[in-house]
Design a protein around this ligand. Sequence first.
Ligand SMILES: *Cc1c(COP(=O)(O)O)cnc(C)c1O
Length: 391
Amino acid sequence: MSEFAAMKNQNFGTLAIHGGQEPDPSTGAVMPPIYQTSTYVQTAPGQHKGYEYSRTLNPTRHALEKALASIELGSHGLAFGSGLAAVDACMKLLKPGDEVISCSDLYGGTYRQFVKIYEPFGIQFHFVDMDSSEQVASLVNERTAMIWVETPTNPMLNVIDIPAMATIAQAADALLVVDNTFATPYLQQPLTLGADIVLHSATKYLGGHSDVVLGALVVKNDDLAARLAFIQNATGAICGPMDSFLVLRGIKTLHVRMDRHMSNAKALVAHLNEHPAVEKVFYPGLESHPGHALATRQMRGYGGMISFVVKGDNHEDAVSVVSALKVFTLAESLGGVESLAGHPASMTHASIPKAQREATGVTDGLIRLSVGIEDIQDLLHDVDSSLSVLL
Ligand SMILES: *Cc1c(COP(=O)(O)O)cnc(C)c1O
């Protein structure tokens, strides 16, 4: 058995720390050094140690790419300068005339790239509610080249059935891409559920400390890996060695952080659900959540993201609540150790037209929380005192 195959049999926490990692061969350094170099000596023309030029391959990025493949149970990882650069690399697998079926409740930046960059290049996107597999299947035709899934979705935390989408994609001979940013591989491993490509904004939970912007793809097929590696090298949207190092370090504590994100989220959800100033709470861990049973089937836990609507569902009240928070920081992004709060309608989802945004549930009174790993008493107190402005 190869070392990599042996690794696959290990439990997640061990994989997160050791997966794809060996001590640095030249020095024995336990952590992969930050190889801040653009080029590598050749002993004779074309003779080198596997590294020629850092756009193509850099040892620190390579270590990260191996770690990514390992935690997603894939065969190849590819790291990019941002999550959206990873989205862009997937789009470059397509050609004019191709069609993509995507979930409608999508990260705003992904939606913007699809519509503003790739639609003018002749790719057609269908945005659908993926609760219904029949509706997705009815859109399939001979031009369908990709099915794009984000689950749980941002910010409504809808859960999409990955195996059901994989069945449709296979029948259509289309690629299934799953953006696994919200769940992380600790909670959900899409390649084992039939996905062809897993995408991450490693800026979020994988990095975990709000100190780096980086994107990743993981695949399990050699041919697809080669096509994506070609795109990565030919179009050049790579991440640097320092950023690779930061994400590599973040991955080592992913499972420990996720457990705390989830226990804090669970306590906050229970509290918000009973709160008189809250109209509705969205969290896949709630039994009343429409995706609860599905989440229980395809995920190990329900994650650290919560959305809720303030009583009356209006813009001013939501803004005054997020502005009154003190431990939760008002900021875009998610997945860091610190708790963040956002008002999607005016922040992350401002680029989506209002009618379309509201049709997917992103109303003016919606607040999104990325629950951090602080002490739960302080988070509960913070949410309580800011909601009290509405009572
Ligand atoms: C943030 C995010 C992205 C984009 O990633 P960047 O690293 O910001 O480019 C894509 N998908 C999801 C679900 C995200 O949250």
